[in-house]
Design a protein around this ligand. Structure first.
Ligand SMILES: [Zn+2]
Length: 251
């Protein structure tokens, strides 16, 4: 990924010229004639606020001009971010299980092993299904050809745009209702959609649908055992004699 103009996404050779230490001149974009990347001179807090506000130019600055393959160890960064993402996802699972009352100090060894197996399945299998659906939708719905390098670029953008998961750390310190996780996931979804729009230059609607499909399929696969159990309960309840079901409903 080369440097880009944050206004229009046009490729640019260099973002600024340095005459002496601290004395730089920002370059203008040949396409839109605006300053190619004004964030170079901004405080990091302004960039963070613009990222939270989902401004595409802030995402272009981060994904193209800060994280540049020529200046960073790209593969190393990708693996580190993937590991951090999986750790946050495992922690999210533990918070949800804890809120259901399935975790506690008096747990038996077998139930601890069972929780660990479910957590691994949720984290690895769930995210595998998520990525499979995501890239399938990118190829079919957004009509983007996916090579290995393109796939790595989009994956890196996807992982970086999940930065909202960092708020899970706050849940280690302060007590929040587990519904906060749902809000964090929603922010991640919208952030992923903006990053995808910036990286593929597709329409926002299509990017939102691509990300939403991946999240929805992951949710269905991960929750499948519980959904099947719920379906069986509803089926069993509907097959009960009417008088009995009415009686059980009022007891
Ligand atoms: Zn431009």
């Amino acid at each position: 990924m080369g440097y880009r103009c944050i206004q229009c996404g046009f490729t640019i050779k260099t973002l600024y010229l340095q005459y002496s230490p601290g004395n730089i001149r920002l370059m203008k974009c040949e396409n839109c004639k605006a300053v190619a990347d004004e964030y170079i001179e901004c405080e990091i807090m302004i960039i963070i606020i613009d990222l939270i506000l989902h401004k595409p130019k802030a995402y272009r600055h981060l994904l193209y001009n800060v994280i540049n393959q020529e200046t960073l160890k790209f593969q190393g960064l990708l693996w580190k971010l993937a590991a951090i993402f999986l750790l946050f996802d495992a922690y999210r699972y533990l918070i949800l299980e804890s809120s259901k009352g399935n975790l506690g100090s008096s747990m038996s060894y077998s139930s601890l092993v069972s929780v660990c197996c479910k957590m691994l399945m949720d984290v690895f299998f769930g995210n595998f299904i998520f990525l499979l659906t995501f890239f399938f939708m990118v190829k079919i719905f957004l009509h983007i050809s996916i090579s290995v390098s393109r796939c790595s670029d989009i994956l890196l953008g996807l992982l970086i745009s999940c930065y909202f998961k960092i708020f899970l750390i706050a849940m280690m310190v302060w007590e929040f209702p587990s519904s906060v996780i749902f809000i964090i996931e929603l922010f991640c979804l919208s952030s992923n959609a903006v990053a995808l729009k910036v990286m593929t230059e597709s329409s926002m609607n299509r990017c939102v649908w691509t990300c939403f499909s991946a999240y929805a399929i992951k949710f269905v696969f991960v929750q499948a055992p519980e959904l099947i159990l719920l379906g069986k309960l509803i089926q069993g309840w509907s097959q009960m004699p009417l008088t009995l079901s009415l009686k059980s409903a009022f007891i």
